[in-house]
Design a protein. Structure first.
Length: 307
């Protein structure tokens, strides 16, 4: 496994064309398209072996995501995956309205079925419906940037619940390959506005306007914030931006070798530097105890390759 590219020393969005082309070639060469090669079996989440940590970091360095797999007969409590996060340098978690005191969110279908009426959550993640392509926290301002998140599977669905993943660096490359002007347009700091979130009379999140692709001021890495949703997302209305946004949506929708599809199984977890992702609709088991259940925790740090 190669070391991270020296081209990463300069932010991708600030590179001249020739450096960018070198970085692009290196990124595509390092990317691991086969999901089975992105799976790292671990013996003990409470104390990872040095080789396991190295492998997790190396795969993230190539793909911005990795999947760990617990031993087949795990004897660890439901919080043990947080120890994996800690050992990878992820400790500053970010709260959200559905999270518990430790900023862990239980992702389940919270629809309440009673008297023939279905009371769905107003937030799609807490239903069994499909989730469009997005990055986590696309509605957050720069003080609450989600740089990484972890999804740990306690129980898979009976059917569905597939996550598709696309490394945002790959998405940027594919878009710029199609038309450099489109990639540039999505770096416009005014390109995507998410209106404020009001519950009852209370504003629980302010409006935020920002780019899709930007340089993370804290790390210098390429950062993406994106949502495919049409409702509650306002794109700056210029001809080039309209084309750029629809080109990116088409890249994400089109089957290609860069998109990884994973149905997390019990004891598996996805660790990622907030790559683009979606979720297919799912069907739960009839048993309440065996409903699809994933734990999600978001971080203001990303997983770095330390060499
Ligand atoms: Fe998400």
């Amino acid at each position: 496994m190669p070391l991270p590219s020296a081209f990463n020393l300069k932010p991708v969005l600030e590179m001249g064309e020739s450096d960018y082309q070198c970085w692009r070639k290196d990124k595509l060469r390092r990317y691991i398209p086969d999901l089975e090669n992105c799976l790292v079996p671990i013996q003990n989440p409470l104390q990872l072996r040095p080789a396991e940590i190295r492998q997790l970091r190396e795969i993230i360095c190539s793909n911005n995501f990795v999947v760990y797999q617990y031993p087949s007969h795990p004897d660890y409590d439901s919080n043990s995956y947080r120890e994996i996060c800690r050992q990878l340098g992820l400790s500053r978690s970010i709260s959200n309205p559905g999270a518990d005191a430790d900023n862990v969110t239980k992702i389940q279908d919270r629809t309440v079925y009673d008297a023939g009426m279905n009371h769905r959550s107003r937030y799609i993640p807490y239903t069994n419906l499909a989730l469009n392509w997005h990055t986590d926290g696309y509605y957050n301002n720069q003080d609450r940037m989600v740089r990484a998140f972890v999804l740990h599977c306690m129980e898979p669905a009976q059917a569905g619940g597939v996550n598709a993943l696309m490394d945002h660096e790959i998405a940027y490359i594919l878009l710029r390959d199609e038309n450099p002007q489109w990639a540039k347009a999505l770096c416009d700091p005014e390109c995507l506005t998410i209106p404020e979130n009001i519950v009852g009379q209370k504003v629980i999140r302010d409006q935020f306007t920002g780019p899709v692709f930007s340089t993370d001021p804290a790390t210098g890495e390429l950062y993406a914030r994106y949502t495919e949703r049409k409702h509650n997302a306002v794109w700056k209305d210029t001809p080039v931006l309209r084309k750029a946004a629809s080109a990116l949506a088409a890249i994400l929708r089109t089957e290609n070798r860069w998109t990884a599809e994973i149905t997390l199984q019990r004891g598996q977890g996805l660790i990622c530097n907030n790559v683009l992702h979606n979720r297919s609709a799912f069907e739960d088991n009839d048993s309440q105890e065996r409903k699809r259940c994933l734990y999600r925790i978001r971080f203001s740090e990303r997983v770095q390759f330390l060499g």
